[in-house]
Ligand binder design. Structure first.
Ligand code: ADP
Ligand code: MG
Length: 387
């Protein structure tokens, strides 16, 4: 992979001498969806697929970007001064947003860069190609300019720039999972205070299988922002009757007792998901520690039902994938993963059932929706690195 980037770098910019190559992973979330901006827990893991970035410092203040995933756009140029979001900057608004956010914290680049980027995450599939691009940028800046930031800072800066530069009100999960990934472990993160714990996720006789619906519905970002504001309003209504900081502070019983304070039925369903999903996530990690993978799978399934019916972030295609997965012998659990409205499902599938899963779910998906699904057995990898 490194050689592939260096070759492109040479072709575009003349020489690959003194070029450094960095990597940051994408992520899959096992359980705890739409809880990260509600003060709840999440349980994601970094993947071995992600975003690569080859860079070399320049003598002037120019920035030159090239993505092997957006070849038609060619080399996109700008400068380190006066960075602001622009439609014409296309995808470079992600790395530029990170540079802008670093500058806002006093970390100033003293020269420009030539860059080549390549990602092997299927784009826009809910496996966080955007967060991995932000994290690889932050990690590169730290290494190239000697900025004194930790990997958690890099995650926070990435989230800050996606929120404030790219207009996507995401929580901290994606960037945290990418920046803090650990091979063969999932990260049990409490988003209320960023305390976290690594939990081994080596499945005896089973694998993590991601199914890509290959659909992404429009308005994903606006729907996401809408869910976020519905949850915030519900929280404010609950705060009239109980002293909580976030929805993640509530137990299911407390929610049931106080839910009537939420004046609108839709907002009540949104808040219910946030509260119950948080508790499910805590219970799922306990189940994993107790080697009770069957219970872990049941909680994944319940998570899907809640995201489908209460939080309403699924869609027909994803529901078909999950429904068909549940029918396959040897499937321990299956659910939507990521922001929703398309993208991927994550399933835990026994080794001997993987082939049957691909065949049955693939055929049924095409028959019921006319679309083709892709399947990936994934490995859990480490956070950002220098290659
Ligand atoms: P995801 O679920 O993959 O994070 P997003 O819509 O949040 O989906 O982010 C996808 C966007 O991130 C792309 O449209 C592009 O702008 C940017 N991006 C991700 N990976 C790359 C890459 N390798 N090269 C250029 N841009 C990328
Ligand atoms: Mg994203």
């Amino acid at each position: 992979m490194k050689e592939k980037l260096l070759e492109k770098f040479r072709e575009l910019y003349g020489s690959a001498e003194g070029v450094s190559v960095y990597f940051a992973p994408g992520r899959v979330n096992m359980i705890g969806e739409h809880t990260d901006y509600n003060g709840g827990h999440v349980f994601p893991c970094a993947l071995t697929i992600g975003t690569y970035m080859a860079v070399k410092k320049r003598q002037d203040r120019k920035l030159r970007f090239y993505s092997m995933n957006f070849e038609k756009l060619g080399v996109l140029e700008s400068a380190i001064d006066g960075i602001e979001p622009e439609d014409a900057a296309e995808w470079t608004n992600y790395p530029k947003g990170v540079m802008w956010a670093f500058a806002g914290r006093g970390f100033l680049m003293d020269c420009g860069l030539d860059m080549v980027i390549y990602g092997n995450i299927p784009a826009g599939s809910g496996l966080s190609s955007s967060a991995s691009l932000e994290v690889v940028t932050g990690f590169m800046l730290k290494e190239q300019y000697g900025f004194a930031v930790s990997n958690i800072d890099i995650a926070l800066i990435g989230q800050y720039s996606e929120n404030n530069f790219n207009g996507m009100n995401c929580g901290i999960m994606d960037q945290f999972a990418s920046a803090m990934g650990k091979k063969d472990h999932a990260i049990f993160l409490n988003t209320a205070d960023l305390s976290y714990e690594y939990a081994p996720l080596v499945l005896d006789g089973a694998k993590i299988l991601i199914t890509n619906s290959n659909v992404k519905h429009k308005l994903v970002d606006s729907k996401y922002n809408e869910r976020r504001s519905e949850s915030e309003t519900a929280l404010q209504e609950l705060q009239e009757v109980i002293g909580i900081k976030t929805l993640g502070d509530l137990s299911e019983e407390q929610f049931d007792t106080y839910q009537s304070a939420i004046k609108d039925e839709i907002r009540r369903k949104r808040a219910k998901h946030a509260v119950y999903e948080n508790r499910r996530t805590i219970r799922a990690v306990e189940a994993l520690k107790n080697n009770d993978i069957a219970l872990f799978g049941e909680l994944m399934n319940a998570s899907h039902v809640s995201l489908r019916d209460d939080y309403e972030v699924s869609c027909e295609e994803i529901d078909v994938l999950v429904d068909e997965a549940w029918k396959v012998d040897g499937v321990i659990g299956s659910r939507i993963t990521g922001g929703g409205f398309g993208g991927c499902t994550v399933s835990i599938v026994k080794d001997e059932a993987i082939d049957a899963f691909r065949q049955q779910v693939g055929a049924a998906y095409t028959e019921r929706t006319g679309n083709t699904a892709d399947f990936y057995v994934v490995d859990i990898g480490d956070g950002p690195s220098v290659l």
